[in-house]
Design a protein around this ligand. Structure first.
Ligand code: SF4
Length: 266
C-alpha cells in the first residue's frame, strides 16, 4: 500500500467520524517493517487520531524511540518460539512509562511453563497490562488441546486481568462487561471468552462496522476480521458507504480479540 493512498483514505475516515474519538490500530504481519509507518503515524497523530500498534517488538530500541511520540498504545505479542526475552524486555522498558503498553503472552502449550515464568518477570519489572493468550490452531476457531491444568491456569483468577501499572492512561478498548439474564454484571477479558469457549454470539446484533472497521493489506474494508456483512468497499473508492446499522451475527465463533471487543446484544 502506498502512503499517499493511505492518507487519502484516513482523511475520508476522519471527516466521516469527526464527532467520535478515532483510534487507528496497525496490525500485521509485522507492520513495523513498513517503511512509511512512522510518517503515517506522525500524520495521524497531528490530525488528532490516536494511534495504536500491534507488534512482536522485534525492531530496535532506536526505531521505537523514533515512533514513540506519535503513539497512544502499543500491544506487544511475545512469541516464545521466536522472541529473545531480553530484547523484548528492553522494548517494554523503552515504552511503558510513556505510552499505554499491553503485552500478550502467546501461550504455546509445549512452552507453557516458560511463558508463565516470563509473564511473572514482566509483572515484576514493568508497568503494563498483560494477557496470557490461548492460541488457535486452525481457522475453525479451535484452541490448542491444552491440558486440564493449563486450562485451569488460563481460566483462573491469577491471570484474569494482570495489571502491573499504576500509570493512568486513557483506555480506548479492553474493558468488557458480561451481562447475565438476571441483571448481574461481571468484568471479563476477551482471552477469557476464548479460553472458556464463550465466544459464540450467533443470532446477536453486533456493532462491528459501527464501533470498528477493518482494512486488509489489499485495501478492502470490512466491519471486522470475521468479515460478516461482506466487503464495504475499498480504500481507493471515491465514495465509501460507511455502515450506519448493526449487523446480525451468523458465525458460530468470534475468534479475534479485536472482534470480541465490540458490543453485542440480543
Ligand atoms: S463474529 Fe464477532 S464481530 Fe463478527 S458479527 Fe459475530 S459477534 Fe460480531
Amino acid at each position: 500500500m502506498e502512503i499517499e493512498q493511505a492518507i487519502v483514505f484516513c482523511d475520508k475516515l476522519i471527516k466521516h467520524y469527526k464527532n467520535k474519538k478515532i483510534v487507528i490500530e496497525f496490525t500485521g504481519g509485522e507492520t513495523t517493517m513498513w517503511k512509511d509507518l512512522i510518517t503515517l503515524c506522525k500524520y495521524l497523530h497531528t490530525s488528532g487520531v490516536a494511534v495504536s500498534l500491534i507488534s512482536n517488538g522485534s525492531r530496535t530500541t532506536t526505531w521505537w524511540q523514533k515512533i514513540l511520540p506519535y503513539l497512544s498504545r502499543v500491544n506487544l505479542s511475545f512469541h516464545p518460539e521466536h522472541a529473545d526475552p531480553e530484547h523484548f524486555l528492553s522494548i517494554i522498558h523503552t515504552l511503558h512509562q510513556s505510552v499505554q503498553t499491553h503485552v500478550n503472552v502467546m501461550m504455546l502449550p509445549d512452552q507453557f511453563d516458560k511463558c508463565i515464568e516470563f509473564t511473572h518477570q514482566i509483572v515484576q519489572n514493568c508497568f503494563v497490562t498483560i494477557s496470557t493468550q490461548p492460541l488457535l490452531y486452525n481457522l475453525n476457531g479451535s484452541i490448542f488441546p491444552y491440558t486440564e491444568a493449563q486450562l485451569k491456569i488460563l481460566n483462573g483468577d491469577e491471570f484474569k486481568s494482570l495489571v502491573s501499572t499504576n500509570i493512568q492512561h486513557e483506555y480506548y478498548r479492553g474493558e468488557m462487561t458480561k451481562e447475565f439474564a438476571d441483571g448481574r454484571r461481571e468484568n471479563y477479558s476477551c482471552t477469557h471468552f476464548l479460553s472458556s469457549f464463550e465466544n459464540n454470539w450467533r443470532g446477536w446484533n453486533c456493532t462491528a462496522g459501527l464501533e470498528q472497521l477493518v482494512v486488509t493489506s489489499k485495501g478492502e474494508i470490512f466491519r471486522g476480521w470475521c468479515m460478516n456483512g461482506g466487503m464495504i468497499g475499498t480504500i481507493s473508492d471515491p465514495e465509501i458507504n460507511f455502515p450506519n446499522t448493526t449487523v446480525f451475527c451468523n458465525n458460530t465463533r468470534c475468534n479475534c480479540n479485536f472482534d470480541i471487543l465490540c458490543t453485542k446484544y440480543k
